[in-house]
Write a protein that binds this ligand. Structure first.
Ligand code: NAD
Ligand code: UGA
Length: 449
């Protein structure tokens, strides 16, 4: 099938490339001329494992091209995926101006019948509004929803091996087009869920809100664990071993970030409030998330109190490992909070340095490696669970530091090894470990999820 994908960001690039790999002819369209020029030259503007290689393969096979010419791409395509950003708006809802801007251009450019697939995350009811606009065209423009559930860092695997593919359509024709696009994945037995457009839209929001709620729940529980001398990692296994609950997305830490959980929780709250539905549960999710990082920074500051301009090595800036994305990253917030409190922050992240520098500028300093960030530091703060941080030699770290405090904001380090190197280990919801000490039971276990 000939497909145009409008928006070459995380979702558009991954979806477009994967659709090409499934055998479709795909044109990626973006308004960002620099981005398109880079892609045309074989350079991928975002970091996503495996994506560069796959884009090169698909462009070499002539199944994938990039352009800024939206009208031409739309004219050629039978199906147009819309994967533009839907950022938060100042009033707490969604800013849908990019989405409707793209839709209007699609409608103006269409010279024959087409299917518009809304891939962006949109509040329930948006597909219906797009359909009403599309109905004004002289051509039949079918509007369907196909929300995306991929995660950054594992985006290609998630797209090609989905837990479910959600089709939201109001006509049999719309569903048939989606089935044709995804037939290679349907043939491999992946789960297709067909429903109405609003249900598809709400399924996407509901999934993100539920995952965010689990994280805030375990983070709140981690505060209680600390207060009563429990270990939240053991508690997580105690809770998550129940198959009705499961262990995924119950990892305590400094809270969730990223371009989606924060904005989707806020937008869902906004929509419920505007419909006079009291969001008892959701109202606490974001509050708990913010408090978690503030509380964590408070503990770091307590440990370095009394030192004039404490030096902090900040390990990690991305909102999670395997991405250069720092949107709503708790690590970036922690950098800001520490700097505001008078600390000298030296940061290192394997992929997210440039993006952070653009946002934080000279508020903090940036280093080229872990040791440079750590030399002379009074405390190390691990804010992103990159594997490279987990495998450090703690004896070397101890030698280059001025102080002895290691704050593990992701409960990802082997606590026994940190303690054995003569360092103080502080985690989230876990008893601290003193130099030379260790922990019985689940020492340093990093459980998936
Ligand atoms: P992004 O900001 O990385 O990319 C969006 C792209 O759209 C940008 O390159 C921008 O230049 C382009 N764009 C904006 N207006 C355009 C127009 N009129 N024509 C052509 N291009 C245009 O955003 P993203 O992270 O890919 O997210 C896109 C959507 O997918 C959002 O609704 C998001 O909530 C949703 N989503 C994101 C993820 C994720 O992991 N990032 C996962 C699932 C769903
Ligand atoms: C999330 C969802 O997992 C995807 O299904 C969804 O498609 C996507 O949002 C979206 O709508 O954009 P993503 O934001 O890439 O994906 O990242 P996650 O792996 O979900 O992590 C989000 C945040 O939660 C990260 O900051 C991570 O560190 C944190 N997290 C995750 C925890 O603090 N604890 C956990 O147990 C899991």
């Amino acid at each position: 099938m000939n497909i145009a994908v409008i928006g070459c960001g995380y979702v558009g690039l991954v979806s477009g490339t994967c659709l090409a790999a499934l055998g479709h002819q795909v044109t990626g369209v973006d308004v960002n001329t620099q981005r398109v020029a880079a892609l045309q030259a074989g350079k991928v503007p975002i970091y996503e494992p495996g994506l560069s290689e796959m884009i090169l393969q698909q462009t070499a096979a002539r199944r994938l091209t990039f352009t800024t010419d939206l009208p031409a791409a739309v004219r050629e395509a039978q199906v147009i995926f819309v994967a533009v950003g839907t950022p938060p708006s100042p009033n707490g809802g969604y800013d849908l101006s990019m989405l409707f801007g793209a839709v209007e251009k699609i409608i103006q450019s269409a010279q024959s019948s087409k299917t518009i697939v809304i891939k962006s995350t949109v509040p329930p009811g948006t597909g219906e509004k797009v359909a009403q606009l599309a109905a004004q065209s002289n051509h039949r423009l079918e509007v369907v929803n196909n929300p995306e559930f991929l995660r950054e860092g594992t985006a290609i695997r998630d797209f090609m091996n989905p837990d479910r593919i959600v089709f939201g359509a109001s006509t049999a024709d719309g569903l048939a087009v989606l089935r044709e696009i995804y037939q290679p994945l349907i043939d491999r037995g992946f789960n297709i869920l067909s429903m109405g457009r609003a249900s598809a839209e709400l399924s996407k929001f509901g999934a993100n809100a539920m995952l965010a709620m689990r994280i805030s729940f375990i983070n709140e529980l981690s505060r209680l664990a600390s207060a009563v001398g429990a270990d939240i990692e053991s508690v997580r296994m105690g809770i998550g071993s129940d198959p009705r609950i499961g262990p995924a997305f119950l990892k305590a830490g400094i809270g969730y970030g990223g371009s989606c959980f924060p904005k989707d929780v806020a937008a869902l709250l906004h929509q419920m409030e505007s419909l006079k539905i009291e969001p008892h549960l959701l109202a606490g999710v974001e509050k708990a998330n913010q408090q978690q990082r503030q509380h964590f920074v408070g503990r770091v500051l307590e440990a370095v109190a009394g030192i004039k301009q404490p030096e902090i090595a900040l390990w990690g800036l991305a909102f999670k490992p395997d991405t250069d994305d720092i949107r709503e990253s708790p690590a970036v917030d922690i950098a800001r909070l520490l700097a505001t409190a008078g600390c000298k922050v030296r940061a290192f992240d394997p992929e997210a340095m440039d993006n952070t520098q653009r946002v934080l500028g000279s508020t903090i300093s940036y280093t080229t490696d872990i040791i440079s960030a750590t030399t002379g530091a009074d405390a190390v703060v691990v804010a992103t669970d990159w594997p490279i941080f987990i495998t450090q030699n703690w004896h070397t770290i101890k030698q280059v530091m001025r102080g002895t405090h290691i704050f593990d904001g992701r409960n990802c380090l082997a606590s026994g090894k940190v303690g054995a190197a003569g360092l103080h280990y502080h985690a989230v919801g876990r008893p601290p470990i003193s130099p030379g000490g260790g922990r019985e039971g689940t020492v340093g276990v990093v459980v998936a999820g």
